[in-house]
Design a protein. Sequence first.
Length: 314
Amino acid sequence: MISYMLTGQRFPTKEHKKLRCFAHQALRFQKSVDVTGDAVALTPWLRFLAPKLTGFVDLMESTAFMLKYMEDAVKEHKNTYSEDDMRDFIDRYIQEKRNNPDSSFTDEQLNVVGVDYLFPASTTVTATLTFATAFLLNYPYVQVKMQEELDAVIGRDRLPTLDDRINLPYCEAVLRETMRKETLVPLSVVHRATEDTKLGDYDIPKDTAVITNLWSFHNDKEFWGDPEVFRPERFLDEDGNLLKKDFSLPFGVGKRVCAGETFARQYMFLLFTSIMQSFNIKCAPGTLPPIPKADSPGIIATKRGFWTRFEPRT
Ligand code: HEM
């Protein structure tokens, strides 16, 4: 989806090899660093001592793959560019550069922005919906409540749209609780103080690496009461409406939060509710519900694959 919005390129089913290769590189990137952004981010000289062990080689090679993907797409767009037919993000970027000579936009920036979006878009949404599936297998009553809400608000004759989101508070609460209970980016992304500053009682000198512990806040007993329990109702008031403020922070905190938040929330809502409207999610024959916990290393918390049965609803 993001590839289509950025570059106009889709991966049709017959090109599954290309898609596999793309997914492999995205996964390689995500696993090349741990939740701290890795030892290499905090102590960059380590890459000279142990380039493979520290994940540096994987990081560089997977980034080079995505950069090449973007560079090829940009080249192709420049050859076929037409002011009357804006196809995607790349076209708009080229347009801004051509029509505004003082623009700060550069080709290098365009390629890097593309890479910045391609990596998270290829992993985060799938990882979150995998956790949501694992939770539903463990708490079947949540699935029933979602389907009751979907049947009452939308029925079965059409698919959910973004306009329905406001009328499906329970479905929304299930997604929010999934992202709170399993914090996808537990330590967010490492930042660096650009000047001497103060945070609460702490002095933070310029250039200090600052790590936001989102996991810790999502599991704070004082704030949530029972953070260890999967309970979508915590995001709802007594009338079943979404609380005015969502206090969870899966997309980070501060000015520089996730740039894909709106896209991710909307995309996950559409995918998840469309599946729930038409299918019952069941354990595969002979299997137990998977433990809904991250069990695979990487900068984002992911769960290894498990078999599931999607049974069409009658
Ligand atoms: C469930 C899905 C997602 C979660 C939980 C998530 C979470 C995060 C977090 C915690 C950060 C770090 C924020 C910080 O530095 O404080 C981040 C950064 C970022 N995310 Fe996401 N993300 C998700 C999906 C996406 C998607 C789908 C895209 C692209 C379409 C995306 C693009 C980005 C980008 C570009 C940044 C870097 C922003 C910057 O440094 O300015 N994310 N994300």
